[in-house]
Design a protein around this ligand. Structure first.
Ligand code: COA
Ligand code: AMP
Length: 629
């Protein structure tokens, strides 16, 4: 069948389509139906079925006789380690870890925070939680103590699983002190912490609270998979919104397993037994869906890569990994390719490796610029597929479904809507717009299986953030258009979320940190264009009258505060002191105009501006940072 037929079939009879897709996974109790719409506009999928996500990702492959197939390939240029693990080994390790967690009281519904780098143990921890029906929440290692503390207070974990350290090129990230710092700040305290001691750094364990990963597993009874309801939360993943309080995206078990399993063949064109590599991090949604659950559920091997596209040791690392592990499909963010292209513009290192296993490259996480796509196409000689999705959706809203049919690629577009997504472009009043017209991108409810049903213990916030602006639709927060052929174009965010090296960050959260500086009276953070990372945050600081600290010192303090409180991943290094911020007469900061000025673009003088002269001051202020005209 062609893409169009499949898309239409899913639209015409979603019930039949998603019940058919549900056959791809194992159920302890079959669901009586796919969609549960009794509480519309809140929807759930497969709510009365029973299954276990760990069973589907691990045990069932062992039961089917594929236990000696490779499940996890660990490739870590930063520690010079390579290791493979079969499905049977993974099953045994996860069952024992789950048994140890259970012996310390972790049960179905309990939350467990995981704060670990890119090591196989991070996946084992996720799967061990899933095995027990405990709800995991992975926190990215590039976040500092404060961000971790906010998440601890929001999801109130019974247990935290951490590694002693992470390894960034040139430095060791001391996870354990960061964890201890978070627990000093948080009101909630877990019953216990499990610490995986890496050889690069052995962390201090707090007597009575912390246990050693290996030690606490000694002699325990391995745990079997606990069947859970289709609408039981598998995980909570926090993502940036408009304020410093991150949104806890909830993922239900049933829809997640079904949807990811469907995408492995239909979108990524994979077969069980082949090798899939998502070069991302388990702290992001891409890591949840396509380092851990998607490939494993479908019976593929997944690569856990602890390194960078460049500098570990060079811009040929990605090609080496593809060659060494016979990767069939690579998924990463465009910024990784921009980094490689910057170090090796002619792609001279590509020829040093045998890339014959590679069939496709998928890009997501930020806008894929035409230069990067064309460079990748030219150097790799495989289809380069841009696809668009969000933490909230858990899988692609739009893409080019290689496993169904390869649609013509239009550079600049992540192609077409995936089955189950009815994507519309709406004007401010919520009216559908014509092809080619720019508007807010919204998806008609219900969203398909695998997408977020709510935010963790914040249903009102969920409704307000996503469902209220355009009744009957999910508001994506992205703006764009659809052309005559149904191809989607993603142009910008409609909120103050920015995208730095494929990482989603909130400028609002950074403003909250800056505003806490004793000398800062007012501030604004905007996202400016960066050729490598796509965007970078830039801060504008207005100081209190009579502030004693020098402007240079305030800037230094502020850069340090964001790094210490949000984390290095915020990449907040650009900041200037200004007298005033440009505002409308009603007092709204004109961030959009400031972005245009910093990016050196022409702009229209906003009709509502209070004092146009301030824009000249902004233009002058950004020059020393290398921005503006
Ligand atoms: N733990 C601790 N610190 C981390 C971290 C982690 N897991 N990941 C990143 N950081 C730190 C970096 O060391 C850096 O610190 P520094 O300011 O001391 O140099 C800072 O956070 C910013 O990181 P990043 O924005 O990633 O920049 P970079 O210069 O280290 O690397 C790229 C740039 C393009 C090579 C890198 O961003 C990359 O590989 N991106 C791939 C895209 C990706 O993984 N996207 C995820 C979504 S698909
Ligand atoms: P995250 O939740 O971190 O995955 O970030 C989601 C956001 O990243 C989206 O809302 C978009 O703004 C952006 N994004 C993701 N994929 C793409 C893409 N292919 N093209 C353009 N923007 C993208």
């Amino acid at each position: 069948m062609a893409y169009g037929d499949i898309y239409e079939a899913a639209k015409r009879d979603p019930e039949a389509f998603w019940m058919e897709a549900a056959k791809g996974i194992d159920w302890d109790v079959q669901p009586s139906k796919a969609l549960f719409d009794e509480n519309a506009p809140l929807y759930e999928w497969y709510a009365d079925g029973k299954l276990n996500a760990c069973w589907n990702a691990v045990d069932r492959h062992v039961e089917a006789g594929h236990g000696d197939r490779t499940a996890i390939i660990y490739d870590s240029p930063v520690t010079h380690t390579k290791r493979e693990m079969t499905f049977v080994e993974l099953r045994n390790r996860v069952a024992t870890l789950a048994g140890a967690l259970r012996a310390k009281g972790v049960e179905k519904g309990d939350r467990v925070i995981i704060y670990m780098p890119m090591i196989p143990e991070a996946l084992e921890a996720m799967l061990a939680c899933a095995r027990l029906g405990a709800i995991h929440s992975v926190v990215f290692g590039g976040f500092a103590s404060h961000e971790l503390a906010v998440r601890i207070d929001d999801c109130k974990p019974k247990c935290i699983i951490a590694a002693s350290c992470g390894i960034e090129p040139g430095r060791v990230v001391h996870y354990k002190p960061l964890l201890d710092g978070a627990l000093e700040q948080s009101t909630h305290q877990p019953d216990f912490c499990v610490v995986y001691q890496r050889e690069q750094e052995v962390a201090h364990l707090e007597e009575g609270r912390d246990v050693n990963w290996h030690g606490f597993q000694y002699g325990v009874e391995p745990a079997d998979c606990v069947p859970v309801e289709g609408n039981h939360p598998l995980y909570i993943l926090y993502t940036s919104g408009t304020t410093g309080q991150p949104k806890g995206v909830v993922r239900h078990t049933g829809g997640h397993s079904v949807a990811l399993n469907w995408t492995m063949r239909n979108l990524y064109d994979m077969n069980p037994g082949e090798v899939f590599w998502a070069a991302s991090d388990v702290g992001w949604v891409v890591g949840h869906s396509y380092i851990c659950y998607g490939p494993l559920t479908f019976g593929c091997a997944t690569v856990v890569f602890e390194g960078k596209p460049v500098g570990t040791p060079d811009a040929g690392t990605f090609w080496r990994v593809i060659q060494d592990h016979k990767v069939r499909c690579l998924f990463t963010a465009p910024t990784a390719f921009r980094a490689i292209k910057r170090d090796d513009p002619t792609g001279s290192l590509v020829g040093d490796y045998d890339l014959s296993s590679l069939r496709s490259l998928f890009l997501a996480g930020e806008r894929a610029d035409p230069d990067t796509i064309e460079w990748a196409q030219d150097k790799l000689g495989v289809p380069v597929i841009d696809h668009w999705w969000q933490t909230e959706t858990g899988w692609a809203i739009a893409g080019n479904p290689l496993g169904i049919e390869k649609l013509p690629v239009k550079i600049g577009s992540p192609s077409v809507a995936m089955p189950g997504y009815d994507v519309c472009i709406l004007d401010e009043g919520g009216h559908p717009m014509k092809p080619g017209e720019l508007g807010a991108i919204a998806v008609k409810l219900p969203l398909p299986p695998g997408t977020l049903p709510t935010l963790w213990e914040a249903e009102e916030r969920f409704r307000k953030a996503y469902l209220t602006h355009f009744p009957g639709y999910y508001e994506t927060g992205d703006a764009g258009m659809i052309d005559e052929d149904g191809y989607l174009y993603i142009m910008a965010r409609t909120d103050d979320v920015i995208n730095v090296a494929g990482h989603r960050l909130s400028t609002g959260a950074m403003e909250e940190v800056l505003a806490a500086h004793a000398d800062v009276a007012e501030c604004a953070v905007i996202g400016v264009t960066d050729t490598l990372k796509g965007q970078l945050p830039m801060g504008f600081l207005c100081l209190n009258k009579g502030a004693e600290t020098t402007p240079e010192q305030v800037v230094k303090d502020c850069v340090k505060m964001v790094r210490d409180q949000i984390g290095p991943v915020a990449a907040f290094k650009l900041a200037v002191v200004v007298d005033r911020l440009p505002k409308t007469r009603s007092g709204k900061i004109l961030r959009g105009t400031m972005v245009k000025i910093a990016d050196g673009e022409d702009f229209k003088m906003p009709a509502t501006i209070d004092d146009p002269a301030i824009l000249d001051e902004i233009a002058e202020a950004v020059k020393p940072l290398g921005y503006g005209k």
